[in-house]
Design a protein around this ligand. Structure first.
Ligand SMILES: CC(C)(COP(=O)(O)OP(=O)(O)OC[C@H]1O[C@@H](n2cnc3c(N)ncnc32)[C@H](O)[C@@H]1OP(=O)(O)O)[C@@H](O)C(=O)NCCC(=O)NCCS
Ligand SMILES: [Zn+2]
Length: 248
């Protein structure tokens, strides 16, 4: 850290880059990332009440801007990051996007001590990270995440809790790729049981959410205490992928 992407600039076509970082950075590194944010973004993040929420957001949005800036040949603070809600059309919430010609598609996630971003020339992208060790009240959560058949499959896994958390993360990544998020109805997002070529699984989204667009999702190994996945919509063939850590 701080992220000085050494990977290809700009991204090759049909490619997804995932950048991830701990949010436990030095004050100087955090200040530098904060300086790279846009004004509206900085003001929004400074209003977050919980210090860790501010750090997560600064690292995720800073990483995203730095990588996209390299792709577009502009300064990070000048990257035109906008939001577009796929559900209601509003521009003050929803999936982030870069409003520039030939800009890559983007997605970001932050949880616990980790922040990650995905930048894609392969199609709309969604990335999600969740802590692997957490208590979930499945009695109330289950029906919002899994179909009955999917629940049965996870129940037969050697470690049902781990299988469920990975399956949930895949669904969130897919729903973030289309921009619908939880409004897609995760229990209607069907992820293939078996991984295909390159580890990609096929996802069937509800037709009213994403039509017939092919969506694929891939598990990411970001260390033993996280579930993480990246999903891409409309990529044929499956995208190539690099996973990078700033400074490595
Ligand atoms: C997006 C969502 C899945 C995030 O879940 P999460 O695991 O708690 O959080 P993550 O850290 O993984 O992702 C958060 C980031 O996703 C992005 N995001 C927000 N809404 C998104 C959406 N609809 N699609 C894709 N990405 C979205 C944002 O960049 C956000 O971070 P930021 O607020 O710092 O910019 C969930 O919050 C959601 O679905 N929200 C919208 C629900 C809804 O009903 N929307 C309709 C409103 S009309
Ligand atoms: Zn909305």
């Amino acid at each position: 850290m701080p992220p000085e992407p050494s990977a290809s600039t700009p991204l090759p076509p049909g490619h997804v880059e995932v950048w991830w970082s701990s949010i436990d950075l030095s004050p100087a590194e955090l200040d530098a990332l904060r300086a790279d944010l846009g004004e509206v973004e900085r003001a929004r993040i400074s209003r977050l009440a919980v210090p860790d929420d501010r750090r997560r957001a600064v690292v995720a949005h800073g990483l995203l801007r730095r990588r996209v800036a390299r792709a577009l040949g502009v300064e990070p603070a000048d990257v035109p990051v906008v939001r577009r809600c796929a559900v209601c059309g509003a521009d003050d919430h929803g999936k982030p996007a870069v409003a520039a010609r030939d800009a890559p598609e983007v997605s970001l996630t932050h949880a616990g001590t980790l922040a990650a971003v995905a930048i894609s020339t392969a199609g709309p992208v969604g990335v999600d990270v969740e802590p692997l060790r957490r208590d979930v009240d499945w009695s109330s959560t289950r029906r919002h995440v899994f179909s009955a058949a999917e629940w049965d499959v996870t129940s037969r896994a050697a470690d049902p809790q781990t299988a469920r958390l990975w399956a949930w993360t895949r669904k969130e990544a897919a729903a973030k790729a289309t921009g619908h998020g939880l409004a897609a109805g995760l229990e209607r997002v069907a992820v293939g049981e078996a991984a295909g070529a390159g580890g990609w699984r096929e996802v069937a989204m509800p037709a009213d959410v994403a039509g017939t667009t092919a969506i694929r999702v891939l598990d990411l190994d970001l260390g033993p205490v996280w579930t993480a996945a990246v999903a891409v919509a409309g990529a044929e063939p499956p995208p190539t992928l690099t996973v990078c850590r700033p400074g490595n």
